[in-house]
Design a binder for this molecule. Structure first.
Ligand SMILES: [Zn+2]
Length: 260
């Protein structure tokens, strides 16, 4: 039987070959193939270890203790997660100069782990692989925080200024990172192909960036297992696992092995 998905994937790669400035926008779907649980999926460990809202974290020592307990419980679910073929494929686009940066809703750091320089990953929801001081911004490593937290039961405070230390993710109720938002918008305005990978495009600003790209004349491709609200304005919609659809970039012509 003819596999129509293969035809659509071939069309994706023809579009990628014609594009000069590709901006990838990734969501949870790209990382589920690495074993990172999707926040929204039923039975997700996120449901048991719900993130604490920002206001409670700031106001209550008990909330901070619970936030850190849940944070480390979640980390145990995906501590061994490695970049998958989808991450590697998008990294190849950055490495060969066709993609200036990757915009992501994910906090797992897997784009960086796949070889993309940190300054080329625009993290709209922050990063869960380290912590920062809410007052002075100093970076704190989880490997240093965790043993002290587990030994004392006390939430960490900043070594530099005694401020509150929090996972570097954007919590519910916390302001979106303005610089990252502006970078994401600029990338959407300047790309000629906007490639959505594994995002259901429901939360702000996920729903607006593809529209910005499309309206300035970029082509819009949505690669997601489920339908999205923006499918009707997309130039191409691919309902497939991201690893399967992107695999040719990671291994075949156009992949990192390509010369020149
Ligand atoms: Zn501090």
């Amino acid at each position: 039987m003819h596999d129509e998905t293969e035809d659509v994937i071939a069309e994706l790669h023809a579009m990628l070959d014609r594009a000069d400035r590709i901006v990838s926008f990734t969501g949870a779907g790209i990382s589920t193939e690495s074993g990172v649980p999707d926040f929204r999926s039923p039975g997700s460990p996120w449901m048991v270890n719900k993130p604490i809202p920002f206001e409670a974290f700031v106001q209550s020592r008990e909330a901070r203790i619970e936030a850190w307990r849940r944070k480390f419980a979640m980390d145990d679910h995906y501590r061994d997660a490695q970049p998958n073929i989808g991450h590697i494929a998008l990294a190849a686009l950055v490495a060969d100069g066709r993609s200036p940066a990757i915009v992501t809703q994910n906090i797992d750091g897997l784009h960086q782990a796949s070889g993309v320089a940190g300054e080329k990953v625009v993290e709209l929801h922050g990063n869960g692989t380290y912590a920062t001081c809410l007052d002075c911004g100093w970076r704190h490593e989880l490997a240093a925080i965790r043993p002290v937290f587990e030994a004392t039961g006390e939430p960490p405070v900043c070594l530099m200024c005694a401020g509150l230390v929090k996972s570097a993710t954007i919590s519910f109720g916390q302001a979106m990172p303005q610089e990252q938002m502006m970078r994401a918008q600029a990338l959407a305005l300047e790309c000629d192909l906007f490639l959505v990978v594994g995002s259901s495009l429901v939360v702000f600003p996920a729903a607006t960036l593809p529209v910005i790209a499309k309206r300035q004349g970029a082509r819009l491709v949505i690669l997601n297992r489920e339908p999205t609200e923006l499918d009707p304005i997309a130039d191409l919609v691919i309902r497939a696992d991201s690893g399967r659809a992107l695999a040719p970039l990671a291994s075949g012509p156009g992949g990192p092995a390509r010369q020149g």
